[in-house]
Design a protein around this ligand. Sequence first.
Ligand code: MN3
Length: 254
Amino acid sequence: MKKTTINTSRRLFLAQTTKATLTVGIGSSLIGSTLLASCASGGGSSSEPITTGFSQNPLPYEYAALEPHIDARTMEIHYTKHAAGYAKNVTDAAAEENVDTSKPLEEVLGNISQYSTKMRNNAGGHYNHELFWSIMSAEGGGQPSGELAEAIITDFGSYEAFVEAFENAAKTRFGSGWAWLVLDGDKLSVGSTPNQDNPLMDVSDFKGSPLMGIDVWEHAYYLNYQNERGKYVSNWWNVVDWNKISERYASFKA
Ligand code: MN3
C-alpha cells in the first residue's frame, strides 16, 4: 500500500508541475536510452531491461497453439514469411547503414528519422512482430492483475473502458497498422500507428513504451476472419498473456 501512495503522489506531482517540462526535456529520441537507464537503476519491481535484438527469436509455441482464435496456417505464414522477411531486411539495412547489431534495436527506433525508409519499415516490422509473438500464449486470456491492473483502472477508469478504447484504436486504424497500449511517462495510453511504425519511433505521432500491440494488417487475420477485423480483435483477448505484459510494465516503469 505504501508503494501505491508514493506512485499516486508522484503521478500528481508530475501532472501538476513538471509533466510538460519533462515531455519536452526528455525528447522522443532518447526514449530508448531513458528506458535502459531507468531499468539499470533497479527501480520498482523491474529486473532485467527488456530489449530487442535484430534476429528473429524462435516462436515460443506451436503454430496451432492459439487456435481457434488464430489459426495455424495464419501463424505459420505470418511467422515464416512476413516476420522472417522483416528480420532479414532489418539485418541487411543495419549492414548497409553501419548499425551495431549488438546494441538494442530500440536505439535505432528512437532515432529512426536518421535512417532509411527500408530501416524504418523493417526495424519497425521486426520489433512489432517480436513483441506480438511474445505477448500471446495458449494459456492467455483473463484480465491483468497487480500493479498493471491498478494502473489500468487509474488511467482508463475500468478494465472494460480500457478494452473498449483499445478495440476502438484497433478497429479504426485505416489500412494496415498496429494498435497499442503504451506507458508514456507514468501514464498508460492507447493509440495506433500506420504500416510498421511504432510508438518508440521519433517520427511517430503516438509515443510511449509498448506494453502490448495487436497486428491489424490483413495478413494477421484474413484467412480465418476475412474482412471481419472487429471479430479478430475481440477474439484476440483470449490469447493475450497478461503475465508477459505485466513483466514489460515492471521493466519500463521508472
Ligand atoms: Mn504482421
